[in-house]
Ligand binder design. Sequence first.
Ligand SMILES: [Zn+2]
Length: 303
Amino acid sequence: MAGTLKTRRWLRASADVLLPVLEVCGGTGPRLVVTAGVHGDEYEGVRALYELFEECGELRGELILAPVVNPEAHRAVSRVNPVDGANLARVFPGDADGTISGRIAAAVARELIEGASFYIDLHSGGVRYAMPSMAGYWLGDARAREAALAFGAPVIWGHPHIEPGRTISVAKERGIPFLYVEAWGAGRIRRDELLMMKRGVRNVMRHLSMLDGALEVPSPPLRLTGAGNTDDGISAGCDGFLLLEAALLDSVSLGQRLGRLVDLQGVTVEEYFAPRAGVVALTHEMPIVAKGDTLFLLADIER
Ligand SMILES: [Zn+2]
């Protein structure tokens, strides 16, 4: 494990877009690639990767960290890229001759994800949504489930399908095991979630034998299953001000009211009911809602 080398470099996604890459190389071993900032309004993962790089000592293999893969969106506090309006998590594997998001996706896919032996993408609820502290994985890959359990987040969520366009869909296409991670969000960094992400990445490094030592898993996770596509939740039919009645990780019954939308006079213009029993796995915490916004996403508890 001697001879660990730390390097800060830039990955050129296009003529005027450079992505920061932080590498810790410790010789032969797995190559763990971790990205953050795919959505520009999510900051927990960014800080986690800066600190992981600073704090990383000797390891086996290579730790490749890309803390801000969508720099314009990051600076603009925006989920989508402000230059082309695209959601970077819907355009992978990208297009090297396309718009800025396509070019970023192509560079990240080719230069980072495709060379990984394990891949983790750090997300959060961003400024509009709230998400549980969780590790998400594809049910079709037993290696990923083992890693999700090793990660040590309070919630793990197994998905039967991974929709195309994601960073993780590139990994799935290549047969590379992967996780994605979520946290509360709100444009702020909660200390417990920062620690959850850093501990989780280190746990995966232990799981992959890149680090010595026992896993640090505070408690067995709540295990969720079901689709996790934030585009397919319960959405707003009009603009308004949201009064949430269900909270994150509440168990709700079929037909239970989850919240309502009011106009400027406080008159209810829409109500939202659970289409089935489940667990609330995403809420639109920002009260200002635009038509089409996803307001709630339900998951199921694994039996
Ligand atoms: Zn995200």
